[in-house]
Design a protein. Structure first.
Length: 365
């Protein structure tokens, strides 16, 4: 139980959380929650300023809808201490998708139940509900089908591993097959899917996607950075993209973001690599001030790291060869990973791509 609690705590520790209370009891519960949740801000109806403590922020009861609208895009999770019906009406205008909406957890005014209402898996509401329940001594209410049946889920697999879901609509399809005890064929060289499911569900493992398709399994899971044209893929296939690639880019002064975007995408398609697997953009220090490069990284929410020429001069690969600064930066950032694209040059851009080296996975079975 302590291991499970530690896992839940870890999932909540990186979340920015807003707690909203509109009653006297809610204010008291909110104060207790704020003490137990890292990086949580409590918002309390101005009527009950005396029950919430000095760290609480106060709002006029008539502006609750406005408060929710302001918090919705700004936080990772919202804990409402009020009736579920009020919450449903408040959040309905803001709902977009399960991979972008914040986690929503609802507590009743007496603190008996902590309900995971929205974004249970990807948003983290299930973990947030369990954490809230532990803090105040409530009962967590988790209604996601896989959790209710004691099964792992494919969206939580992606979330825990930091993988990108290629098509969010396929998650529901594969999870339904899992619940119906249908056969699912898996291709995952990392072995992490096998460890995650640990014998649960009718999962069979294959070395290639062709073998998985030929198995006639009801569903297919492909964990890979390899790109295939969408028209050639079956509708029962879920693709998860590991963030395991480092993109090395050097460019001439004034190279635009659009030119960089077009060239990078064209080169990755040429070697059948999915851009969604890129985790990091790296370059030489001299390119730090290039607006096009910085804007390209920001547009794709990718961190950018810059190395000095001296650092890059000490990078080597086997078999030994002369490396461009883009390739040296990619190798350095990937901890000596394999170069998938060593040297691609346009008039203004030099490109390289390396796979991040990870410790070899040991199959527990």
């Amino acid at each position: 139980m302590s291991l499970r609690r530690d896992a839940i705590n870890n999932r909540c520790s990186d979340m920015s959380i807003a707690i909203i209370a509109i009653t006297r009891n809610g204010a008291r519960l909110g104060k207790k929650l704020q003490q137990g949740l890292i990086d949580a801000q409590l918002y309390v109806s101005a009527r009950y300023t005396g029950q919430a403590g000095s760290k609480a922020r106060h709002f006029d009861p008539g502006t609750l809808g406005q408060l929710v609208a302001e918090l919705w895009p700004a936080v990772d999770g919202i804990v409402f201490i009020m009736a579920t019906g009020i919450v449903v009406r408040m959040i309905a205008p803001h709902l977009k998708s399960k991979d972008s909406d914040p986690a929503v957890t609802v507590l009743d005014d007496s603190g008996k139940f902590a309900i995971s209402l929205l974004s249970g898996h990807l948003g983290g509401a299930n973990a947030l509900a369990e954490r809230c329940a532990f803090i105040i001594g409530a009962r967590p209410v988790i209604t996601t089908a896989t959790d209710a049946n004691g099964l792992p889920s494919f969206d939580m697999l992606a979330k825990e591993q930091g993988w990108v879901i290629e098509d969010i609509s396929r998650i529901k399809l594969l999870n339904s097959m899992l619940l119906d005890d249908e056969k699912i064929a898996v291709v995952d060289d990392s072995g992490k899917t096998r460890s995650w499911f640990c014998g649960r569900g009718r999962l069979s493992y294959f070395e290639t996607l062709a073998d998985a398709i030929n198995s006639k399994a009801k569903g297919l899971l492909f964990v890979s950075s390899h790109y295939f044209p969408e028209r050639s893929l079956p509708e029962n296939l879920l693709i998860l993209r590991p963030r395991n690639l480092v993109l090395g880019i050097c460019c001439k002064n004034g190279t635009s973001k659009d030119e960089m975007e077009e060239y990078v995408c064209r080169q990755l398609r040429r070697i059948f690599i999915a851009f969604k697997s890129v985790a990091l953009v790296v370059s030489v220090e001299a390119c730090r001030g290039e607006v096009g490069l910085v804007s390209f990284a920001q547009q794709h929410a990718l961190p950018a790291v810059f190395y000095s020429s001296d650092e890059l001069s000490h990078v080597s690969v086997s078999p030994e060869r002369v490396l461009t600064e883009a390739a040296a930066a990619a190798v350095l950032a990937s901890s000596g990973g394999q170069l998938l694209l060593c040297e691609a040059n346009s008039a203004n851009i030099t490109l390289a791509l390396a796979e991040i080296r990870e410790p070899k996975h040991v199959d527990p079975t």
